[in-house]
Design a protein around this ligand. Structure first.
Ligand SMILES: [Zn+2]
Length: 97
């Protein structure tokens, strides 16, 4: 778990290829890693900022829905965290403007 040393003037959100949330259809082309890394890598997971759905980056940095295999690799503890953050996103969206 290395701390990201690289900071500076870069925006926190990394630009990714145009992707569509498989859950809600929200289209996005940037993502910030929830683990602290700002540049997503293939196999990293992310959450839809709109619906909180958990996704994983493909080799080309588009996204797919987490499969059971992905979930197994991420591990139950981390999955619980992901679900919790997703829940928070959904609640913020619901209660927000
Ligand atoms: Zn979504």
């Amino acid at each position: 778990m290395g701390q990201q040393r690289h900071k500076g003037s870069q925006n926190k959100a990394a630009v990714t290829p145009q992707s569509t949330c498989p859950y809600c259809g929200y289209t996005f082309n940037r993502a910030s890693g929830i683990t602290g890394a700002s540049n997503p890598s293939p196999g990293d997971f992310t959450l839809c900022i709109k619906c909180g759905g958990a996704m994983m980056f493909n080799d080309d940095l588009t996204v797919h829905v987490l499969t059971r295999k992905d979930e197994a690799e991420i591990g139950a503890v981390m999955m619980a965290d992901i679900q919790r953050v997703g829940q928070i996103i959904r609640e913020v969206r619901k209660g927000g403007t």
